[in-house]
Ligand binder design. Structure first.
Ligand code: NZQ
Ligand code: ZN
Length: 393
């Protein structure tokens, strides 16, 4: 296991009614005038916005609203948020929503302390310096944005997904009330499960490193997602299932604790998936479910050492019994695809509406900034092969 430093600056208020801590938490972190960021209006319909405003009133906290942040959030929302924050003299940002709203709020937090275009911070032209303080109220589990230091913003004519990352973009606090996720539609709830599972897999599928604590924790979290996702599908108001999925989301990317002491912070499946979101505005978690089995098949052919990792995954996560490594690997992929079917994810790019003639473009875009990969190197030709395998599987 390699050396590492572990530090989690985000305070989690987990459970029913934790919104009662909102006002004091905002005050504690210096907020008196808040930029309140949210999405397309679900928090108005399910009553969460009223609860937030009541807590602001109790503490005498003023606020300005930024609404309409879309899934796969665009840079224009970020720019709007930066000018609102400056114009109204805000001193704190509260994001109430799913990963898209949280990510937009992170980019706003970074942008308000930079005089140039925020795109510079997303492309690495300029460094992030002293972002504004940020808190979150999570209303949809999946991305881990509530506990991590990153965000993903869509920009430009080609809708490129750009990653922003800085230790001070970890929220100061996150309020995690599982009951707030009862109203998330089935597709987004299950795409969230696919996203959590992929975060876990991307940190598990690395060269052997001897980091057994991280890998055994990871296997346990993967089993939680396998068990509780279908429970949510059966009963969207199953509090314990929602609670376990929400905490699994947070634990999966909490300071990247499952990757500590391990090589690689690469997330190749994510980068391949982002291109599907860029071209088709596809839901993030769906892209990952579509590509993971094909990525595994490609990787095991490119690097025979990957077979042992995938076979261990199949045995320890899906309880596959096959002794032969190759047979265990195949049974693991079958079980993974079956899980995706159970939670309603499309099983092929074709079924998801992707046009076969666009696969080459996707491969070009996915690798335009260099090769991807952790257990194998993925250039354009390999990316194309993965998309082709995922097209009809
Ligand atoms: O916009 P509203 O009206 O709120 O509706 C949203 C949206 O339509 C709805 N929703 C959320 N909470 C709800 C609800 N509907 C009813 N009741 C509720 N309680 O769900 C829809 C999807 O929301 P969104 O925020 O887009 O979903 P998600 O949390 O999956 O976020 C996806 C974004 O996060 C990025 C993705 O790339 C994508 O842009 N990611 C961020 C990461 C990070 N910051 O670390 C890592 C991830 O790998 C991912 O890349
Ligand atoms: Zn993800």
């Amino acid at each position: 296991m390699d050396n590492f430093i572990y530090s989690i600056p985000t305070r989690a208020y987990f459970g029913r009614g934790q919104v009662a801590n909102l006002g004091s938490a905002v005050r504690e972190f210096g907020g008196s005038k808040v930029l309140l960021a949210y999405g397309g209006g679900s928090i108005k319909r399910n009553g969460i916005l009223d609860e937030v405003l009541a807590e602001f009133d109790k503490e005498g906290i003023a606020h300005v609203e930024l609404s309409g942040i879309k899934p796969n959030p665009r840079i224009e929302s970020v720019e709007e948020g930066i000018s609102l924050y400056r114009q109204h003299g805000c001193d704190f940002i509260l994001a109430v929503g799913g990963g898209s709203t949280l990510d937009a709020a992170k980019a706003i937090a970074a942008g308000v302390s930079y005089s140039g275009p925020v795109l510079d911070l997303l492309t690495g032209v300029a460094a992030i310096n002293s972002p504004a303080p940020l808190g979150t109220i999570l209303t949809m589990a999946g991305t881990g944005s509530e506990m991590d230091a990153g965000g993903v913003i869509t920009a430009g004519e080609d809708n490129k997904k750009l990653v922003i990352m800085h230790p001070e973009l970890n929220p100061r606090f996150s309020i995690l009330d599982p009951a707030y996720t009862f109203t998330v539609p089935a597709l987004h709830s299950m795409a969230g499960c696919a996203d959590i599972l992929c975060h876990l897999m991307e940190q598990y599928f690395t060269p052997e490193s001897g980091a057994d604590v991280q890998d055994r924790m990871n296997e346990g979290l993967m089993k939680v997602v396998l068990e509780h996702g279908p429970r949510i599908l059966a009963n969207p108001e199953d509090y314990d299932a929602r609670a376990n999925i929400m905490w699994a989301s947070s634990m999966a990317l909490s300071g990247f604790q499952l990757l500590l002491g391990k090589p690689g912070f690469k997330f190749p499946i994510h980068y391949l998936g982002h291109e599907l979101s860029s071209l088709y505005d596809m839901t993030h978690g769906v892209t990952l479910a579509l590509l993971t089995p094909a990525w595994m098949r490609h990787t095991v052919e490119a690097n025979p050492d990957a077979l042992a990792v995938f076979a261990r995954f199949a045995r320890n996560v899906f309880d596959v019994k096959q002794k032969d490594e190759r047979a265990a690997f195949e049974a693991g992929i079958d079980a993974l695809i079956q899980y995706y079917r159970t939670i309603g994810m499309p099983v092929s790019l074709e079924a998801a509406g992707v046009e076969e003639e666009r696969l080459e473009y996707l491969a070009e875009k996915a690798t335009e900034n260099g090769e991807l990969g952790i257990l194998s190197s993925i250039g354009k030709a390999q990316a194309l092969a993965i998309y082709q395998t995922a097209y009809r599987q």
